[in-house]
Design a protein around this ligand. Structure first.
Ligand code: SIN
Length: 484
C-alpha cells in the first residue's frame, strides 16, 4: 500500500464476507488513473467467495429482518457518523483510485453517508395500510416486509455513494446485502465495510466481494436462488444482459443505466445562470456521471452569446491530478475511456462538427482529455447519440420549443434532462413533455438524498433515494382476516 491515511486500518485489501476479511493468493492491482501507479493489490475473489457471501447473507437475514426499524436505525446512524468522522480518509482513497478532484470526493462522502442516515429514518415510516373490505366479515391489512437477500453490482464513477444509496435502503428495510464493486475502485467499498463492522452491523448483513471475474460473479448475483432482489448501476448494455439473467429466478430488479442528458437553453433564459449550470453539470467528475449534460441545445437567437460565455468559462477549468487543490478536472478512469471519447470527437468532426476548445488528450498524458467544446453539431452525430462519459460539450442549435423537445426526446435514453427558461408557461409545457425520469429546471444540481433518482426508457427502472427508494427493497403483503 502506498497510501498514508489518518487511520490506516481503513485500507483493506481483502473481500469482506460474513464479518471476516478474506485473502487469496491471486491479486488484483488497483491503480491511480492520474499517474498509472499501483496504489494497492487486493485479493482477487471469484465465484466461490461470492457464493459464500450469498450464503452468509441468507443466514444473517432472519435475525436482521426481525429487528425493529428503530433498532436497525441505531446501528445505521453509527455507520453514518463513522463515515463523517472519516470523511478526509475516505475522500483521499476515492480520489486516488477514481481520479476525481479531492473536493468532489469529499462531497461524495457526505452525499454517500447521507443515504445511510436518510434510510435509517425512513424505514421507521414504512407504513402499511388498512383497506375497507368489500364484505363485513373480513378485514384487509397491508404490511411491508423486507425482500430478502440483495445482490448488487456498483460502478467506479461514484465508488462510495452508489453503494450507500443501495445498501442504506436495503439494510434499513431489513434486507441483507452482497455487493460486487467495480474492480477499478474496490478500496472505497472495502473502507465502507470496515466502518460497517465498527458500527456493529452483524456478520453477514453487509458483504463486499472484489474480483475480476465479472461474468462468473455477476451470474451468482443474478441467478442464485437465495438472492431475492438484484440492483445494478452501470451501462445499458450490461444492464440488459443482467436483466435477462435475473429472469431465470424472477428476481425483483432495479436498474440505473446510461443517459444522454439534453441541456436546453431557451431564448428567454438567464444566460449567465445557464452557463454556470451547464459547466457544473457537464464537467463534474470529468463528465463521467450518468446524469452529466451530454448535449447542449441552444435556441438560435442566443446561441452566439451562450457559446462565447460558455467557452470562456470552460477554458478556465484546470486539468490535473485530483489530489492537487487547484484541479477542476481529473483524469478519465483509464486509457480505454480516453480512446472512446477521442473516437466520438473525431468521428463527429469528420462529419462537420467544429472544435472550438480542446478536442484532444492533454499533452504528455495517458488518461487526461482536455475540456472540449464542439459547435456545428447536429443531433444525429455520434457525439450526440452516445453517452460521452468525458469532458466534451457538443452544442446544437434549434429554432422552436417544439423542435427542442423533439430533439431532446430523440434518444433511447431517459435519465436526466435540464432546461433554462423564465417563461412559466414554457416551464410547465417543457417539463411535462420531456421523456426523462429527472428534469432540472433553471438548476443542474439535481442529486440529493430526498429526491427520487432514476430513469425511464432504456435508462432503467426503479428509484433510489427519497421516500420511494425504500420500496425497492420491500414487498407488499396483504393479510385477509376472515371469519369475523
Ligand atoms: C450516477 O452517475 O449514476 C450518479 C450521479 C449522481 O448520483 O448524481
Amino acid at each position: 500500500m502506498t497510501i498514508e491515511l489518518k487511520d490506516n486500518q481503513l485500507l483493506k485489501p481483502f473481500s469482506y464476507i460474513n464479518g471476516s476479511w478474506h485473502s487469496s493468493e491471486a491479486q488484483l492491482a488497483v491503480t491511480n488513473p492520474a499517474n498509472g501507479k499501483v496504489i494497492a493489490n487486493v485479493a482477487n475473489a471469484g465465484v466461490i467467495e461470492t457464493e459464500l457471501a450469498v450464503r452468509s447473507a441468507k443466514k444473517a437475514l432472519k435475525h436482521w429482518a426481525s429487528q425493529s426499524a428503530a433498532q436497525r436505525s441505531v446501528i445505521l446512524k453509527k455507520w453514518h457518523q463513522l463515515m463523517l468522522d472519516h470523511q478526509d480518509d475516505l475522500a483521499q482513497i476515492l480520489t486516488l483510485e477514481q481520479g476525481k478532484p479531492l473536493a468532489e470526493a469529499k462531497g461524495e462522502i457526505l452525499y454517500g453517508a447521507a443515504f445511510i442516515e436518510w434510510f435509517a429514518e425512513e424505514a421507521k415510516r414504512a407504513y402499511g395500510d388498512t383497506i375497507p373490505s368489500p364484505s363485513t366479515d373480513k378485514r384487509i391489512v397491508v404490511l411491508k416486509q423486507p425482500v430478502g437477500v440483495v445482490g448488487a453490482i456498483t460502478p467506479w464513477n461514484f465508488p462510495n455513494a452508489m453503494i450507500t444509496r443501495k445498501a442504506g435502503a436495503a439494510l434499513a428495510a431489513g434486507c441483507t446485502f452482497v455487493v460486487r464493486p467495480a474492480t477499478q475502485t474496490p478500496l472505497s467499498a472495502l473502507a465502507v465495510a470496515e466502518l460497517a463492522e465498527r458500527a456493529g452491523i452483524p456478520a453477514g448483513v453487509f458483504n463486499v466481494v472484489v474480483g475480476s471475474d465479472s461474468r462468473g460473479m455477476g451470474k451468482v448475483l443474478t441467478q442464485h436462488p437465495d438472492i431475492a432482489k438484484f440492483t445494478f448501476t452501470g451501462s445499458t448494455n450490461v444492464g440488459k444482459a443482467l436483466i435477462n439473467q435475473c429472469s431465470s429466478t424472477v428476481k425483483k430488479v432495479s436498474m440505473e443505466l446510461g443517459g444522454n442528458a439534453p441541456f436546453i437553453v431557451f431564448d428567454d433564459a438567464d444566460i449567465d445562470a445557464a452557463v454556470a449550470g451547464a459547466v457544473a453539470s457537464k464537467y463534474r467528475n470529468a463528465g463521467q456521471t450518468c446524469i452529466c449534460t451530454n448535449r447542449i441545445l441552444v435556441q438560435k437567437e442566443v446561441a452566439e452569446t451562450f457559446t462565447s460565455k460558455f467557452v470562456e468559462a470552460v477554458s478556465k477549468l484546470n486539468v490535473g491530478d485530483g489530489i492537487s487543490p487547484d484541479t477542476d478536472i481529473g483524469p478519465l478512469i483509464n486509457s480505454d475511456a480516453v480512446s472512446d471519447v477521442e473516437t466520438l470527437v473525431n468521428d463527429s468532426v469528420s462529419v462537420g462538427a467544429k472544435v472550438v476548445l480542446g478536442g484532444e488528450r492533454a499533452p504528455d498524458s495517458n488518461n487526461f482529455y482536455l475540456p472540449t467544446v464542439l459547435t456545428n453539431v447536429t443531433n444525429d452525430m455520434p457525439i450526440a447519440r452516445n453517452e460521452i462519459f468525458g469532458p466534451v460539450s457538443p452544442i446544437i442549435t434549434f429554432d422552436s420549443e417544439d423542435e427542442a423537445i423533439e430533439m431532446a426526446n430523440d434518444t433511447e435514453y431517459g435519465l436526466a434532462a435540464y432546461f433554462y427558461s423564465r417563461d412559466i408557461g414554457r416551464i410547465w409545457r417543457v417539463g411535462e413533455s420531456l421523456e426523462y425520469g429527472m428534469v432540472g429546471i433553471n438548476d443542474s444540481a439535481i442529486s440529493n438524498v430526498s429526491a427520487p433518482f432514476g430513469g425511464v426508457k432504456q435508462s432503467g427502472f426503479g428509484r433510489e433515494g427519497s421516500k420511494y427508494g425504500l420500496d425497492e427493497y420491500m414487498e407488499i403483503k396483504y393479510l385477509c382476516m376472515g371469519g369475523l
